[in-house]
Structure formats: structure tokens, C-alpha cells
Design a binder for this molecule. Structure first.
Ligand code: PLP
Length: 398
């Protein structure tokens, strides 16, 4: 790291609230799946802003949507609407295969989408919520109440009461936890922050059956797994279920902040009436036009198939390395974790960065990738080719 980066990081430490710790790099610009730091060093971005840069950096469709919209109207308030907002809502409903009477509420982030879902659940008249151990749903206080990790929760107790946590994958435990006081069960089809841990399709279907029988809502948090990330538009679509609500953010805007709550069917869409919820920026023309360009490009460029093929290729090649530090590869499409046999992910991620690859040590024994959906096989092969050396070095220093 040169003086340029070091001086900037010192200024960061003096000016930016320290909740993220010291950043690893000061980034300057990106192009496709590559980013450059202020010292001119190039990295293959296999994290994509944590599943946000669905089309990579500087994609012409995103650049053109942002600049065109900036030249028209950036913001109009929710007293008014725009063509882009309407078209985006319609498109999301089509991709979600949502029944007639479904609707979209736009937000600016994942945590806000979860807050909207909590308010939706409250409108059932039932105060209870059920979430899964290992869950991550966001940092605002409602979403935090649904987030399992003690280190995130405890400093802010007491949180929203009435949240029960059950072990993921345990159908009997879920059945026992859901009763007539449960407003909603909230779950991620793949628990991203827990280390990319997929729920079985049978569990998703059981969760649907259990919530329906109890009169509770099923909310699927697709903030990390949605928008084509797993090779499907939304990961719950691998199961034969229609949820009551779905939360989105991250990849939807390709880097421009936007999130959404999708309510399925007229009963759910009718739960929040005029005045009961709102946001200043949610669904503004800049975010909506950009999100439309992202969805359009994913469709026309066939990026669901690319995500699936490149993700399968990656998993197959990593396993075929037969390295003693690799236990297995989890996840779908381009949301993957290499599960390690020893807690050395931070060492691997640091040396990967030195070698020009950005990956994420999501758990002590797991390395996550969530790259742009247009990553090529040639690009991912660069990382897989470097992996044995990185793992060998980590083994020695462990
Ligand atoms: N839900 C899931 C599944 C997430 O992965 C995240 C962020 O990582 C969130 C919610 C919170 O989203 P945001 O950071 O945009 O508030």
C-alpha cells in the first residue's frame, strides 16, 4: 500500500464513523468485473459490492440510464409518480410471477424493505415474528430484532419484542414456533451472511404450508439472493411456493440504492393503506430508471443462465482442485462459499487481495463470492488457478 492509500485511509479514520473498521482499499474506478485502487493496482472484483453490482462497473446500460434520467428528473416526491416507477413495479411483478392484485413498495435499502415487511406483518393483528438462527436482515432496529447474531443485537437491547428464532432446516421446530400469535415467518432462501447456507427446497415448502395453516405470513428475504444472483430471478422460485411478501435491494439498482417490498395477492397488498407507510426517496426516478435498465439487461443478455453456468463451473473446478483446505462449495449461481476445513478465511482473503482478487471471508471457515452476473469463465478461472497457491500459503501461516 503506497502513501497515497495510507494518507487517505488516515483521513478516513479521522472523518468517517468507525463502524466499518479500517477499509482494506481506497478504490478509484471500475470497469466490468475489475476495479482499480488509487495506487493504480487492478483487482478482479469477485464480491461485486456484496451482491450489488449485478452488471459490474461502468456498464453502458447503467451509465446511460443514470445520465439520461439525470438530464430529465432526479426526484419528484411520492405525491407524484413517473413512468419509470410504474414500469419497474410491473416488471418486478412479472418476474416474481406474482398473482393479480400484487404490488410493490419501493425503498432505498435492504433494511428498509424489512421494516416495511415488519409493518405489513403487524397489520395481521398478530405481534409475533419467527426468524431463523443465523439470519441477517439488516441494522435498523426492527430488522435487527430479526437478525440473529448476538454481537449485532446486544448493544441495542431491548429490541422489538416477540421475535422467536428457530434452527434453519428444522421443520418440526418451525411448526412448534408458529402459532396464532405469529404475524410472519421471515427467512432468507440462502443465508448469505451466515456463510451462504441454503435452506432445502422442502423446508421452504414446509414453511409455506406451516404459515398458511396458522394464518401467518411467509416473508422471503431475497435482498442478497434476488435479481438473478442464484441463476433464478428470485431464489425461492426453486420451490413450489407463493410467498406473502418478498424483500429486495442490493442487485436491483446495480449500484444505485433501491430496495422493494413485494406484496403477493390482493389481501397482502391491502394490508397497508394510504398514510400507513412511506419514504421520501423510495422509487425515485433515478433509482427506478436504473433498476429498469438492470432488469432489462439481465433479461436480454441471458444473465440468469450465465450466473448458473459460471457458478457451476466455479464450484466444479474448486472441488476438482482436491485441496485439503477445501471441504465443499455451497450456494447457487454466483452466490457461493468455499467451505474450508480450517478457520483461515481471513488469511486467504488478505493474500487473495495482494494477488489482485477481491473475495470475502464471510465466516472464519468460509470464503464468499458474489460477483457481477456477467463474470466470464476466463475471469473466474484466473482466481481458481491462483487458489491452490493462496490456500497453501494460508495453511503454512495457520
Ligand atoms: N437482508 C439480507 C439477506 C442481507 O444480506 C442484507 C445485507 O447484507 C440486508 C437484509 C440488509 O440490507 P442493507 O444493508 O441494504 O440494509
Amino acid at each position: 500500500m503506497t502513501t497515497d492509500s495510507t494518507a487517505l485511509l488516515d483521513r478516513y479514520a479521522h472523518a468517517v464513523l468507525g463502524v466499518f473498521g479500517r477499509p482494506a482499499l481506497v478504490l478509484d474506478r471500475g470497469e466490468g468485473c475489475w476495479v482499480w485502487d488509487v495506487d493504480g493496482k487492478r483487482y478482479l472484483d469477485l464480491l461485486g459490492g456484496i451482491a450489488v453490482n449485478a452488471l459490474g462497473h461502468n456498464h453502458p446500460a447503467v451509465v446511460s440510464a443514470v445520465s439520461k434520467q439525470a438530464g430529465e428528473a432526479l426526484h419528484v416526491s411520492n405525491f407524484f409518480t413517473t413512468r419509470a416507477q410504474i414500469e419497474l413495479a410491473e416488471r418486478l411483478l412479472r418476474l416474481a410471477q406474482a398473482p393479480e392484485g400484487s404490488a410493490v413498495f419501493f425503498t432505498n435499502s435492504g433494511t428498509e424493505s424489512i421494516e416495511a415487511a415488519i409493518k405489513l406483518a403487524r397489520r395481521t393483528g398478530r405481534p409475533g415474528l419467527v426468524a431463523l438462527e443465523g439470519s441477517f436482515h439488516g441494522r435498523s432496529t426492527g430488522a435487527l430484532a430479526l437478525t440473529h447474531k448476538a454481537a449485532y443485537r446486544q448493544p441495542f437491547a431491548p429490541l422489538l419484542p416477540g421475535v422467536a428464532f428457530v434452527p434453519p432446516g428444522d421443520i418440526d421446530a418451525l411448526r412448534a414456533a408458529v402459532d396464532e400469535s405469529t404475524g410472519a415467518v421471515v427467512l432468507e432462501p440462502i443465508q448469505g451472511e451466515a456463510g451462504v447456507r441454503p435452506l432445502d427446497t422442502a423446508y421452504l415448502e414446509a414453511a409455506r404450508e406451516i404459515t398458511r395453516a396458522a394464518g401467518a405470513l411467509l416473508v422471503v428475504d431475497e435482498i442478497q439472493t434476488g435479481i438473478g444472483r442464484t441463476g433464478r430471478w428470485f431464489d425461492h422460485q426453486r420451490a413450489d411456493i407463493v410467498p406473502d411478501a418478498m424483500t429486495l435491494a442490493k442487485g436491483l439498482g446495480g449500484g444505485v440504492p433501491i430496495g422493494a417490498l413485494v406484496t403477493f395477492g390482493p389481501e397482502n397488498s391491502g394490508r397497508l393503506s394510504p398514510g400507513q407507510h412511506g419514504t421520501t426517496f423510495g422509487g425515485n426516478p433515478l433509482a427506478a430508471a436504473t433498476a429498469l435498465a438492470v432488469l432489462e439487461t439481465i433479461e436480454t443478455d441471458g444473465l440468469l443462465a450465465t450466473a448458473e453456468a459460471v457458478g457451476e463451473h466455479f464450484a466444479g473446478r474448486v472441488l476438482a482442485l482436491g485441496h485439503p483446505l477445501v471441504d465443499h462449495v455451497r450456494g447457487s449461481g454466483l452466490l457461493r462459499a468455499i467451505a474450508l476445513t480450517a478457520p483461515v478465511s481471513a488469511i486467504v482473503a488478505d493474500s487473495a487481495r495482494d494477488a489482485g482478487f477481491i473475495v470475502n471471508p464471510v465466516a472464519p471457515d468460509a470464503i464468499r463470492i458474489a460477483p457481477p452476473l456477467n463474470l466470464t469463465i476466463a475471469e473466474i478461472d484466473l482466481f481458481v488457478d491462483a487458489l491452490p497457491g493462496l490456500l497453501d500459503a494460508a495453511k503454512e501461516s495457520a
